[in-house]
Design a protein around this ligand. Structure first.
Ligand code: GDP
Ligand code: MG
Length: 448
């Protein structure tokens, strides 16, 4: 299904970013291309897809990540923020006298949402009347009448009346002393001309202040055309997305919002009358991306990365490679007490588990090393031997530390490298290490 695919391809893009060794123009361009493709495949309109990817590219290439955030996390955050931006035009429903017309196809949740919105407005202290102008489905009358009883709200409808316009006019008169009148209308299975003609006539009779399109969250490609047809006919002023409690992620809403420029104002999250929530773009986008919220999004990206990185780093180190980058990754793993701490614990003076104090000390050192290494070039991290005094000065300045700290890091690196070299060269040690990794659930392949 299209919506699931949009969520899926967006998640794949985030993964790609999380996996990248660092952020550069090539990566950003690739991400932007993927993003465009994903949006277009999900029938998000072209202009919107282009605008969004342009924005992502511009920001990813020009903005510096905030302190404590890696370049990768920063790009993920930009993608997330720009998606939120598209959907972020939500607004409050006016709390005052008004007529609200609900439109949408069959089964989208119109009648249910009439009652839900009625309840919500009642809670705000408004008197609400419900008007059943669906003359096509006899059952709609009973359905809304039942709901109006639950709400203790005045109700008007007539199973004998076949003329929706007449019924609507009549209802407006009967319910005139209510603050808000919510009008339910007929749907159809598809966008038939008679539906469009009828809804136009009803709209003319009601003269609603709000015309709300009700859209099932599982509507995919059709969301855009549906929204456009209703918008062209009666001018949609807001969208309510229903059934978000199900498995659908609601990507079609992107299309509806693009077509109508009308904001999503509420979401339906269940069958009960209370199951209506104000629309919150960040939550919605997180859901679309399959993540709980931004924090967990970033954490997940990081975790996936950690797991892969640890395995990679272990392989590299055991095959004798140990640059500043490996040291950094290894230290980071250590502070998280990942499996690599086993490797570390075999270094001289590090036997056994780390004490609380040692761990804290390592973490403090790691923070300072992180700043310092962030000021190094890729070349310097790969080949620390080239870091002589003028580079030390530059790195110290760039990282806001002092040459002494930079030298300390280099000294620490050299000592670690020697120890690691000895370790990796010792066949017996290596076998033992590999056994430990395997016990920890790591399969290091044919390294042994
Ligand atoms: P209408 O044909 O557009 O008037 O749609 P209805 O209001 O009759 O709703 C169709 C079905 O969807 C009913 O079974 C509702 O209970 C169900 N429904 C509506 N909104 C929601 C929602 O937010 N969540 C869930 N789970 N079901 C909903
Ligand atoms: Mg209905």
């Amino acid at each position: 299904m299209v919506l699931e695919r949009l969520g899926g391809s967006l998640r794949a893009i985030l993964k790609k970013i999380a996996r990248a060794s660092h952020v550069d123009e090539t990566l950003v361009k690739e991400v932007v291309r993927d993003l465009q493709r994903a949006l277009l495949q999900a029938d998000v309109n072209v202009e919107m897809a282009l605008e969004l990817s342009r924005q992502v590219e511009k920001r990813a290439l020009s903005e510096k990540p905030p302190a404590g955030m890696s370049g990768r996390e920063h790009v993920i955050r930009i993608v997330y923020e720009e998606l939120v931006g598209i959907l972020g035009q939500t607004r409050e429903l006016k709390l005052g006298r008004q007529k609200i017309l609900m439109v949408g196809l069959y089964g989208q949740g119109k009648t249910t949402t009439v009652a839900k919105l009625g309840k919500w407005l009642q809670r705000k202290g408004l008197r609400v009347g419900l008007l059943q102008a669906d003359t096509h489905r006899p059952a709609a009358y009973d359905q809304l009448k039942q709901l109006s009883k639950q709400l203790e709200a005045p109700f008007h409808g007539d199973t004998q009346e076949k003329d929706a316009v007449k019924l609507a006019k009549e209802g407006i008169g009967v319910l005139a002393d209510q603050d808000v009148i919510i009008v339910d209308s007929s749907g159809r299975h598809s966008l038939e001309t008679d539906l469009i003609e009828e809804i136009k006539a009803v709209s003319k009779a009601v003269k609603p202040e709000e015309t709300i399109l009700i859209l099932d969250a599982s509507t995919g490609q059709q969301a855009g055309p549906q929204a456009k047809a209703f918008h062209d006919a009666v001018g949609v002023t807001a969208v309510i997305l229903t059934k978000l409690d199900g498995t659908a992620k609601g990507g079609g809403a992107l299309g509806a919002v693009a077509e109508t420029k009308a904001p999503i104002i509420f979401v339906g999250v269940g069958e009960k009358i209370e199951d209506l929530e104000k629309f919150e773009p960040p939550r919605f986008v997180s859901r679309l991306l399959g993540m709980g919220d931004l924090q967990s999004l970033l954490e997940r990206a990081q975790e996936a990365l950690d797991q892969e990185q640890m395995e990679e780093t272990a392989k590299r180190i055991l095959s004798g490679r140990f640059t500043l980058r490996e040291m950094y990754e290894q230290m980071e793993a250590l502070t998280k007490m990942g499996p690599l701490s086993k490797l570390f614990s075999m270094l001289p003076g590090m036997s056994g588990a780390l004490s609380e104090e040692q761990l804290e000390d390592t973490q403090r050192k790691l923070r300072s090393f992180r700043f310092i290494m962030d000021s190094m070039t890729e070349e310097e991290k790969e080949n620390p031997k080239i870091i002589k005094s003028s580079r030390v000065l530059r790195i110290a300045r760039g990282s806001g530390t002092d040459p002494k700290s930079v030298k300390e890091l280099l000294k620490y690196y050299n000592a670690s490298r020697k120890a690691i070299r000895g370790l990796a060269g010792n066949r017996k040690m290596r076998r033992q290490l590999l056994k430990q990794f395997k016990a920890g659930g790591f399969d290091l392949g044919d390294l042994g």
